[in-house]
Design a protein around this ligand. Structure first.
Ligand SMILES: [Zn+2]
Ligand SMILES: [Zn+2]
Length: 245
């Protein structure tokens, strides 16, 4: 399994970057997945894949920093289909706890496909499972398995004991780390770096990548705070980071 960080910023993109977007491939040129499609993701995506080989987008929730480029991607598919450069519509996987799901289907270029907790979804070589997260808007964490390798992605969430079991023994935990420890309890819906470390430790994750990064402070402090809780390998996400297993 190969993960490429397309964008790692929380809330809005930093200069030349993108908010949430993560490309998951199987290394065999088959079906790939884009997890979330925030602001700047479409522009950065060209650096890592041929847009016409991307068919599946999985959305953790409908906050703008996770879906801002959905409309542009739908329109890109429409244009490319009219140019005969794309033959199949995009599949957007989303939850149905919000009317925003209805925006995922667009003419003949994009189809919204519902997911829900407890029902696995197969996409190409990948099996996805979903777990409700704790966030001001309905949001889901994802667990992706392929070829015996597992990837956990928190999406946006505050501390939630249910995620420990959900992410049990994942090879990689891609965990939101929006907050420095000193902000614990002050911002609802997000994790501190220390909590990301605790989640990785208690879930027995093989490796941890901190993402959904804040626009202030020194990110090396996030790393240090997570390291106080988890002894495995920890990385800070950046656009272009590749993890492979
Ligand atoms: Zn977010
Ligand atoms: Zn959010």
């Amino acid at each position: 399994m190969k993960l490429t960080i397309i964008g790692c910023w929380g809330a809005y993109p930093g200069p030349g970057g993108a908010s949430s977007g993560y490309l998951v491939e199987n290394g065999d040129g088959g079906e790939s997945l884009l997890l979330d499609c925030g602001s700047g993701v479409l522009s950065k995506l060209y650096e890592y894949t041929n847009l016409n080989s991307l068919n599946n987008i999985v959305l953790s929730h409908y906050h703008s920093d996770h879906i801002a480029d959905v409309g542009c991607l739908q329109y890109a598919a429409k244009v490319q289909m009219s140019l005969n450069e794309r033959s199949v519509p995009l599949s957007f996987y989303g939850h149905t706890l919000s009317d925003s799901f209805n925006n995922l289907t667009y003419e003949d270029a994009a189809i919204g496909i519902p997911y829900k907790e407890g029902v696995p979804v197969a996409i190409g070589p990948f099996t996805l499972n979903f777990k409700a997260a704790t966030h001001p808007a309905p949001a889901f964490a994802l667990r992706i398995e392929s070829g015996g390798i597992s990837l956990g992605y928190t999406g946006d969430t505050e501390w939630d004991d249910n995620l420990i079991e959900f992410f049990k023994d994942v090879d990689l935990l891609l965990c939101e780390s929006s907050l420095y420890n000193k902000f614990k309890g002050m911002v609802e819906g997000h994790l501190t770096a220390g909590e990301a470390g605790i989640l990785a430790r208690r879930a027995n994750a093989g490796e941890l990548i901190l993402t959904h990064l804040p626009h202030f402070g020194d990110h090396s402090e996030l790393l240090a705070e997570a390291k106080q809780e988890y002894i495995g390998k920890i990385s800070l996400a950046f656009g272009g980071l590749i993890w492979e297993s």
